[in-house]
Design a binder for this molecule. Structure first.
Ligand code: ADP
Ligand code: MG
Length: 592
């Protein structure tokens, strides 16, 4: 008897895989550039048109392929880079799933020309929507040239998800930058609409960074150090290069660009008082760990990795950077500063520079306009005094207090308007926004991939979704469920909810999914956050207790204690205040 289960046709399977590998033109660029790197090229040229939507071309001078491989490489799971599952854990090459080319070909029009060293004639292949149209001999030089035209032309739904040309171009340039940073010895060229945007000669990493970001080499501080657990190489920027956005922070793990807020924090926090408030340092740092101690395959686009020894890596990274900066920049002692700056600056509460001794809460970049030039000179002198042990200590004391050393013991709490909590921390009066506090706690929990508890519903609920929302849901389903939801698609235009994160009340639980998708769209598409980050923020926001919820004393104490254990607890991801502190001097001013 014939069953009802069928195998998906190969072309459909490839399109499904393409949903993971190929999210946008920049993903195609990434895969092609990585392949060119793996092929041992010394010069790689990238050409795009219309944000890569109509035209992406990558030419390399690498090993090329013979006629057999030229046909084989388009098969799903075709790879020259892995032969057994063990290899998965010991990879030195970038790609290894053997899915990229098959996926790309299934959703575009492709032309490839390639020639290996030991063949006299090259091969040209044309593939449309996964179907090979032409394979013939062609005259070409050693290396490979890929041209990808009209991405997603056969999948209108995905095409509709593409952003403006400028946004897609920006994403492509970001991929280009990341790969150019990871392989400074290779030459790269980038052409947009036939215009050259970047030409990078192969050389040292320092040179590559300076070239790519147009910064002076002497603004880059070498932060390399080998430790037992992790090898660190790379450069951190002088405080002058710090920016108000986090964009210029590049972290790589075993050669691959990663996004890791936790480790970025390790580096940023090492700057301590050297940075102006709300600015983020520039850095390009490479971490090397034994391949078996790192899981690079937890996310299809591979920007996220999991370190077996995450906490140690954090601590080591932070202390190496601290040491590096300590040698270069010396923080003046409070007494020296007081002498140097005759005018007593008023010390506003500065939550990111929280210290036990309020005197050291000095930021040399505070309000520079009020200082006279001679004061600046004196300060400059101080900042350039040779390092001695005592002064080196100072820089460390100025760093934001790590969670373990913060006051986390809250005793007196009082709720106002069902929305704010009043308490005192370190002897000062604080107002806490309860919704934002809870959202931050949840966000960091999601971010740490901590176990999120889920509660099964006795009566599963179905929610109808619009077509666009359903597509989005399907794309994000695994991530949504990782947040404690238990959901799956249900029929053509609905999903079924079998379980909810336990912090959500059952009453509004089902609508929350719709709200999360809505918020996600704004965060991801308008504000352009990273996809997973946008989802975590949206979920945290919607699962958090709302203003208006009356809380008991124990609940408030628990919430504040959770908040004070967060990595970031004074402002939320959008930069809005969670805690407002009224300093004792500002209180006095009220009564003058
Ligand atoms: P993966 O990179 O994971 O092996 P891909 O689908 O990206 O899978 O590529 C399939 C195979 O095609 C590679 O393993 C490699 O042998 C070959 N290939 C792809 N791009 C190039 C290139 N630019 N030069 C030489 N060989 C290539
Ligand atoms: Mg590949």
């Amino acid at each position: 008897m014939a069953g009802i289960i069928q195998l998906l046709p190969e072309s459909t399977a490839n399109q499904i895989a393409a949903g993971e590998v190929v999210q946008r033109p920049a993903s195609v660029v990434k895969e092609l550039l990585e392949n060119a790197v793996d092929a041992g090229s010394t010069l790689i040229k990238l050409y795009i048109k219309n944000g890569g939507c109509t035209h992406i071309q990558v030419d390399d001078n690498g090993c090329g392929m013979n006629a057999f491989d030229a046909r084989m490489c388009w098969e799903r799971h075709a790879t020259s880079k892995i032969t057994k599952a063990d290899d998965l854990y010991n990879l030195s090459t970038l790609g290894f799933r053997g899915e990229a080319l098959a996926s790309i070909a299934s959703v575009s029009e492709v032309e490839m020309k390639t020639k290996s060293a030991d063949e006299s004639v090259g091969t040209r292949i044309v593939i449309n929507a996964g179907v090979v149209e032409t394979q013939e001999n062609t005259a070409t030089t050693q290396g490979t040239s890929f041209t990808i035209k009209n991405l997603f032309y056969n999948i209108p739904a995905r095409k509709n998800f593409l952003k403006s040309i400028s946004v897609e171009t920006k994403h492509i340039f970001e991929e280009y930058q990341r790969i150019a940073l990871a392989y400074p010895a290779i030459g790269f060229e980038f052409y947009n609409q036939d215009k050259n945007l970047s030409k990078l000669r192969g050389g040292s990493l320092k040179h590559r960074i300076a070239d790519l970001f147009r910064v002076k080499e002497d603004e880059l501080i070498d932060a390399s150090e080998q430790t037992e657990i992790v090898g660190i190489t790379g450069y951190v920027g002088s405080p002058k290069l710090a920016k108000r956005t986090r964009g210029n922070q590049y972290l790589f793990a075993n050669g691959r660009f990663i996004k890791d807020a936790y480790l970025n924090h390790a580096i940023s926090s090492a700057y301590g008082g050297l940075l102006e408030d709300k600015t983020y340092p520039f850095f390009v740092v490479f971490l090397d760990v034994e391949p078996s101690k790192i899981d690079v395959n937890i996310h299809p686009t591979k920007h996220e990795v999991k370190f077996e020894d995450g906490r140690h890596v954090y601590t080591l990274l932070q202390s190496v950077i601290k040491k590096t900066l300590g040698v270069h920049f010396v923080m003046p002692t409070p007494t020296q500063l007081n002498n140097a700056l005759s005018n007593g600056q008023s010390q506003n509460y500065n939550p990111t520079l929280k210290t036990t001794n309020p005197d050291i809460r000095f930021n040399p970049f505070d309000a520079p306009k009020q200082r006279t030039s001679t004061e600046w000179e004196k300060l400059d002198e101080l900042l350039n005094t040779p390092v001695n042990q005592v002064q080196q200590q100072q820089i460390f004391e100025n760093s934001p207090t790590p969670p373990t050393e913060r006051t986390t013991n809250v005793t007196d709490v009082f709720q106002v308007e069902g929305a704010f909590i009043i308490t005192h921390l370190d002897g000062e009066l604080c107002l806490v926004n309860q919704h934002r506090a809870h959202a931050q706690v949840l966000y960091e929990r999601y971010e740490a991939n901590q176990h999120v508890s889920s509660q099964q519903l006795l009566f599963p609920r179905t929610v109808e979704l619009s077509k666009a929302d359903l597509t989005l849901y399907l794309e994000m389903k695994d991530e949504i469920n990782a947040l404690g939801f238990d959901t799956s698609e249900f029929g053509k235009d609905a999903i079924i909810i079998n379980g909810l994160p336990s912090e959500l009340s059952k009453a509004d639980g089902a609508d929350v999914i719709v709200k999360i998708l809505d918020d996600f769209k704004t965060n991801y598409q308008d504000i352009k956050l990273d996809k997973r980050d946008a989802l975590k923020q949206a979920a945290a926001k919607n699962a958090a207790i709302k203003a208006g919820k009356v809380l008991g004393k124990e609940e408030m104490i628990q919430l504040l204690s959770d908040l004070l254990h967060c990595k970031q607890y004074t402002t939320n991801q959008a930069g809005k205040a969670i805690i407002v502190k009224l300093t004792n001097s500002s209180l006095e001013r009220f009564f003058q």
